[in-house]
Design a protein around this ligand. Structure first.
Ligand SMILES: Nc1ncnc2c1ncn2[C@@H]1O[C@H](COP(=O)(O)OP(=O)(O)O)[C@@H](O)[C@H]1O
Ligand SMILES: [Mg+2]
Length: 306
């Protein structure tokens, strides 16, 4: 019974989704779900099928087959109800004609039948640092601000689920960090988030779970920390007081003068490793440890899939 309740609460549930463009299969039978309140990263190389999946979610594209449920509602059967619960930030910047930033937000609210939400509009303008541009023609904004406007638009109806397709592509570091902070804040207030990004360091910091998609298929899906643990190595550099004799080990090893670097699976513990190596540990001066990152795990997973 508990499972059924949990199941029905999924912010997104995608079942056997397929999207073909002619003979080409862009999304090849993917299934996954989002948990309430999480930040989920959908990561993959260019052309993997991320944007196609999001375009189907936003009803811009029709799936060839498969089902999508958003908070229990079937997207294909009740698109209007689904749209009211979801905010989508598209990858491509779009033209907004001759309207100001604020007009666009009011029109967008109008689509959802929302009036009198000036307070909320002021809040998101402020959070996205668009207040000073509220009366500017959207077409005259720079790329970074156009992207902020897309985020503001996606938020205008206070969706329960926010989907962002490369929200920080072409955005400078300062703004990127501010955007991620804002996304984190929205999440802490209860919004479920799904995003795609090529900045894996940011995905690592932000996402509780990651799905990796490659050539239209989900190849891995797990908690971020578990992926890193399972697919990365730890690189340990021992620095000695003077050059030491050549040693041998069953692990990958490079030795130069007073430095020995070993690359070991995350499961290997330092004490066991030091016991294995026949060396005078009294000569040890320093140890440097480099942990693998999501980026390393990502590369390893994609490599294993091709
Ligand atoms: N309208 C379309 N017609 C034909 N092929 C498409 C169309 N849209 C996307 N594709 C192809 O589908 C694949 C997946 O694209 P996309 O979903 O944009 O990838 P991603 O967002 O992961 O980089 C790519 O090979 C792309 O060229
Ligand atoms: Mg894309």
């Amino acid at each position: 019974m508990e499972n059924i309740i949990l199941f029905s609460m999924y912010p997104i549930e995608i079942k056997n989704l397929v999207k073909k463009f002619g003979n080409f299969t862009a999304v090849n039978n993917i299934s996954f779900y989002l948990q309430p309140g999480e930040i989920f990263g959908l990561l993959g190389p260019n052309g993997a099928g991320k944007t196609t999946t999001i375009s189907i979610l936003s009803t811009l594209e029709k799936p060839t087959s498969g089902d999508i449920f958003v908070f229990k509602k079937n997207l294909l059967k009740c698109p209007k109800q689904v749209k009211a619960m979801v905010g989508i930030v598209p990858q491509e910047l779009i033209s907004h004609g001759f309207f100001t930033v604020e007009e666009i937000l009011h029109f967008q609210a109008g689509f959802y039948g929302i009036r009198d939400n000036q307070g909320w509009i002021d809040y998101i303008l402020d959070k996205l640092e668009l207040t000073k541009f509220r009366n500017r023609m959207a077409s005259t904004l720079s790329g970074g601000y156009k992207r902020r406007l897309l985020i503001a638009k996606a938020l205008v109806h206070k969706p329960k689920l926010l989907v962002l397709d490369e929200p920080t592509a072409g955005v400078d570091i300062d703004l990127r960090q501010k955007l991620w902070e804002f996304i984190k804040e929205l999440n802490q207030e209860g919004m479920t988030i799904m995003l795609t990004t090529h900045y894996l360091e940011e995905a690592e910091r932000l996402c509780t779970r990651i799905g990796i998609i490659n050539a239209g298929k989900i190849v891995k899906i797990d908690e971020t920390s578990k992926l890193i643990e399972a697919y990365t190595y730890r690189s340990i550099t021992f620095v000695f007081k003077k050059p030491v004799e050549k040693i041998s080990s069953s692990y990958k090893l490079s030795q130069h003068g007073e430095k020995i670097t070993m690359t070991v699976p995350r499961s290997v513990n330092l004490t066991d490793l030091m016991k294995e190596i026949k060396i005078d540990w009294n000569l040890l001066k320093d140890i440097k440890i480099h942990e693998g990152a999501l980026e390393d795990a990502f590369k390893e997973i994609i490599k294993g899939d091709s």
